[in-house]
Design a protein around this ligand. Structure first.
Ligand code: MG
Length: 417
């Protein structure tokens, strides 16, 4: 039987930084074929390892793809997954993710159909979404929740700074911390952060008590722990937050501490979300098989692209676990489009994060970005993923080194995440 598939003629990587500092770079992958201009775009962005991913694709993966039928997505996924003897991990799987998205884009363009049609067709027309707010104080957080409610958000992620700590993940830095970060970037070295998990663990239940007293049940709330607590602190936090009816509690425990999810599950009714740091579709599989969490939050640019996401969703569907694919601003619009196509097509959709503060520079580089309205996100549907890249515009914004911070406790002990 003939393949009816175009053959791959090229795999090119474009590393670009069209975002405002201090955000990082996008790693974009273009797969070209032998059919009149037919090509696909994927996103292999892996924050903190951008140039390693680019080299992985160009030097170690692309040569195995040239001349292969682009339509054999599953075969090629496994071919390049097993290509290195030392496989898996963030760099390898981000590279695979970018190529996988590009191959789905090609297949959709060849068929003249949006990718979600190839995945079985739309199950919904638009997707519930949320945004994050943060502040240095409870009152600042409340003010920003009100701002989002006024434009229709029904679900909001809330983060707050810990007193005495200059910075923290996803909270506004103090002026002093901001100046120190910019000074570090100017020297091309990582900024430094201090973190103490215990004051944070004690503070967050007080934030939720404050917000529920002010907001009642007018909005659904999410909080992201970013895995910055010990297993016992995570267990205590999940129990302390139980009265406040969270939409979900995200990234409670590090991937190294997954066994503790069994304890958390047995002692707290808080819905749990996990997955954005998994770099392999099989990583953390006990969470889904044992129904230890409620939302799968994988990042399609790190976990293996659309091919991996649809399998994860299918495993979760059987257990009533819902999807909540990772959708921050520091992955490119190509991944946001991939997120949308899978989210539109799976029955067990939960929510789709679309949390980007992009400006006109993004729209110069990318043909499409998702649109927000009335608590939901939607995307225009055209053949493939529907997001092409203007290479000339991308090249106007070359790679800028943006290292993630080193995180230490007050006594100098290195701390994860
Ligand atoms: Mg998270």
């Amino acid at each position: 039987m003939p393949d009816h598939s175009p053959l791959i003629t090229g795999v090119d990587v474009v590393v670009t930084n069209p975002m405002r500092a201090p955000l990082g770079n996008f790693v974009l992958v273009r797969v070209t074929t032998d059919q009149d201009g037919l090509h696909g775009w994927g996103d292999a962005t892996c924050s903190g390892s951008e140039m390693a991913v680019a080299a992985m694709i160009e030097e170690h993966i692309a040569p195995a793809l040239i001349g292969q039928p682009a339509g054999r997505i599953e075969q090629l996924w496994h071919t390049i997954y097993h290509l290195p003897y030392y496989r898996s991990g963030s760099v390898h799987l981000s590279a695979i993710s970018g190529i996988d998205m590009a191959l789905w884009d090609i297949k959709g363009k060849q068929a003249g159909l949006p990718v979600c049609e190839l995945l079985g067709g739309r199950v919904r027309d638009r997707m519930l979404t949320y945004r994050s707010v943060s502040g240095r104080t409870f009152d600042e957080v409340l003010e920003r929740v009100h701002e989002l409610q006024q434009v229709g958000y029904q679900v909001i992620k809330v983060q707050v700074g810990v007193p005495e700590l200059e910075s923290g993940y996803a909270v506004p830095a103090t002026d002093a911390q901001q100046a120190a970060t910019e000074e570090a970037f100017s020297r091309g070295v990582p900024p430094a952060e201090t973190w103490e998990p215990e004051p944070y663990t004690q503070l967050i239940p007080k934030l939720f008590e404050f917000l529920r007293a002010e907001l009642g049940d007018s909005v659904q709330l999410i909080h992201d722990v970013h895995e910055r607590v010990t297993p016992s602190q995570g267990l205590r936090l999940a129990c302390d937050l139980a009265p406040f009816k969270l939409f979900y509690l995200e990234d409670l425990l590090r991937p190294e501490h997954l066994d503790t999810f069994r304890l958390v599950r047995s002692q707290s009714p808080v819905p749990l979300a996990m997955g954005e740091v998994f770099c392999n579709p099989w990583e953390g599989q006990e969470l889904w098989f044992e129904h230890l969490v409620d939302y799968a939050r994988h990042d399609l640019a790190h976990v293996g692209g659309i091919t991996a996401a649809r399998k994860i969703a299918a495993v979760c569907e059987a257990r009533g676990i819902l999807t909540a694919w990772h959708g921050p601003g520091n992955i490119s619009p190509v991944t946001h489009m991939a997120n949308a196509h899978v989210s539109l097509a799976v029955p067990n959709f939960g929510i789709q994060e679309f949390d980007a503060n992009w400006d006109e520079r993004i729209e110069e580089v990318f043909s499409t970005v998702p649109a927000y309205a009335d608590g939901h996100v939607s995307v225009p549907l055209s053949a493939g993923l529907g997001c092409d890249v203007d290479i000339a515009a991308a090249r106007k914004h070359p790679y800028v080194r943006r290292m993630r911070p080193t995180i230490r406790r007050g006594d100098g002990t290195p701390w994860a995440y």
